[in-house]
Design a protein around this ligand. Sequence first.
Ligand code: AMP
Ligand code: MG
Length: 339
Amino acid sequence: METKIFGTDDSLVAEAGRIIARGGLVAFPTETVYGLGGSAFCAESVRKIYAAKGRPSDNPLIVHIADIAELEPLTAEISDSARALINAFMPGPFTIILKKSGKIPNEVTAGMDTVAIRFPENETARRLIKAAGVPVAAPSANISGKPSPTKVQHVIDDMTGRIDAIIDGGDCAVGVESTIVDASREVPVLLRPGGITYEMIREIAPDTVVDPNILQSLKADERPLCPGMKYKHYAPDAEVTVIEGDMGAVKAEIDKRLAENADKICGVLTMSENCYDSAVILHGGITNREYAKNLFACLRKFDELGVQIVYAEFESRDGYGLAIRNRLYKSAAQRVIRV
Ligand code: AMP
Ligand code: MG
């Protein structure tokens, strides 16, 4: 299949919308990461999304809308706290899980009785969804298991030949996927941390709890609230280890490990001004916000450079810390050293 690359002119976005309306797949920019979109009302499109990504079919998709009025018909029930969260954080890097209506095919929700809905802020995303004329089911536009795409080149690398078109909207501003809150139950549960922080959520819905699986791996027979938690995620080819703590102690630990692995190609992802000898150094950023924006791009870059072992510096500095930890720990398969 030939994959067309589109700019963001109205005529091209309109053409991309027609592709989705006809049952095709288009990758598009959002403020979080690039999405891989197909019609949420078309079971066949949704099956094609799973196939293009190699995504397990029991891992449901997020449905994207371009107007808050589109939300209600997709849902069966909206609690008061759900409504408050919707008013506070939509549009934005935020996904809400609600009881679904009959309009959503089972393929989208992997048979669950709830649906995840997001109203992106990114205006290209919104123009595309409007042009498609249907809600757009979209997971991140990466091959399943790989770091999510935050630059158009990442999408080109993963999706060329697998989908109809890619809209080039430049780099994604947030860089980690949307915050997900399950508001379909008595007490809201934070299932995935992101640009809307737990602190911000608690100001609107104070009883919201954090799913403990955000920062640990699942037990062998555990069934998570969020099916995606079961799967390998954000993993580059390199073996990643997170070294977390005060940056002085982090440097000493990484220096020691670099010396022990002198026969390998090592890399360090930094969030300080620390320098390291004989390692490929990529700088994530000093603030948590910058680090989040650059994290996936750096992980992909290490692979491109043939790095075998990555040490990722980390120190939680603000409300974004939880989102970074969640992605970093997963990309490191929970290899985390606290110093
Ligand atoms: P991605 O599509 O890559 O942004 O990932 C979406 C995440 O949302 C996955 O981890 C899914 O398992 C999760 N998800 C989507 N729909 C639901 C739902 N109805 N209930 C719980 N988790 C969901
Ligand atoms: Mg994903």
